[in-house]
Design a protein around this ligand. Sequence first.
Ligand code: GDP
Ligand code: IMO
Ligand code: MG
Length: 427
Amino acid sequence: MPALVLLGAQWGDEGKGKATDLLGGSVDYVVRYQGGNNAGHTVVVGDQKYALHLLPSGILSPSCTPVIGNGVVVDPAVLLSELSGLNERGVDTSKLLISGNAHLITPYHQTVDKVTERFLGKRKIGTTGRGIGPAYADKINRVGIRVQDLFDESILIQKVEAALNDKNQILVKLFNRRAISAEQVVEEYLGYAEQIRDYVADTTLILNNAIDEGKVVLFEGGQGTLLDVDHGTYPFVTSSNPTAGGACTGAGVGPTKINRVIGILKAYTTRVGAGPFPTELFDADGEALRTIGGERGVTTGRDRRCGWFDAVIARYATRVNGLTDFFLTKLDVLTGWEQIPVCVAYEIDGRRVEELPYSQTDFHHAKPIYENLPGWSEDITKAKTFADLPKNAQGYVKALEQMSGAPISAIGVGPGRDETIQVNSFL
Ligand code: GDP
Ligand code: IMO
Ligand code: MG
């Protein structure tokens, strides 16, 4: 099983960090292929809790080589502080590899991200403010700065000056902000060059060779399917492709090399930031999910919006990612409800709709059609096998599997590494 993708099947925060870490000990490489430090992946190992933003969750497994692929946008200040934070906790980060083609986030991207949001007012996306959208915009606009540019001072100066030309006009004339000094940016970024140099490598070559040699490579998505710039709830999305195809472009590995695509699926639904969310709850149940599930953002500390499980979304994730398996997380959070509503379809302007509508207007009008599934009250956090689960919890998992279109191969019953029921092996 040389290459597998692990990605978010909903709006992010499904538990990708935990799932990646769980596999980390058995894989040779863990590769981030898109996004940047907008991600917040929590990994709990014993009594230690780690919050990773830019680094692949595999960095916590000593046998695994973590890789930041070309599709990622890298904030070098965040990278270095995340590395030193882990080093202080005794984690060896020396094996990290970074693609020289990955683009850099600079202070002007963060400024543009924040002022754009402020000027959007009520229509804001609710971004993480990390400069992700503006950095990807520069990449597509062919005025981005790449990791490799750090090692050629004259190129770096030219590129930063070119990028700041129009940005400073916009900042000063449109947003009434101070211009950003190209010199200062260059000086700061040259200071990062030597600290990063040893990690930089031809990651595409290394990963393709590894797969050809039968090594196991895991691609770890950030964000989630419904935050994908092409397949998500545009414009309320991030600016990259968390979906499975993003692993190919964001790491330079062809689709024929990928054998398995695992969707991480929360047993209910959450979302951070603005945008449509049909099963969102505004009542005591929503508050209970937030409290019991600890649904507060790892990156921005914002409360996550919470709602019941949405099978329409899960089916859509199966379709656009070609999912082979699901990893269902946080089943334990649902313990204690007598009945658990699950959205099986939408009602849109009086019609029953089984599949996610492509029309944004229709999706905004979608009202969930619920089926109530019987709940359970037994503690499930110690369950080790599917048979250990109470009958109604088994029924809930089976019902979700049937509605979602791919087998549920693992079930999370707690945040820890070992609080997982493995139904089918991933490797
Ligand atoms: P990610 O961004 O997809 O990696 O997810 P986050 O780390 O942002 O949010 C998931 C949260 O749920 C983290 O606090 C995890 O420790 C926690 N978590 C993951 N799986 C489980 C599970 O099965 N049960 C419980 N109770 N918590 C879980
Ligand atoms: P992980 O990897 C949840 C959301 C933001 C906002 C939108 C755009 O932890 O699942 P951006 O800063 O990316 O331009 O913001 O995307 N968002 C996330 N939501 N989990 C994430 O990452 C997210 N990364 C971005 O809240 O709505
Ligand atoms: Mg997260």
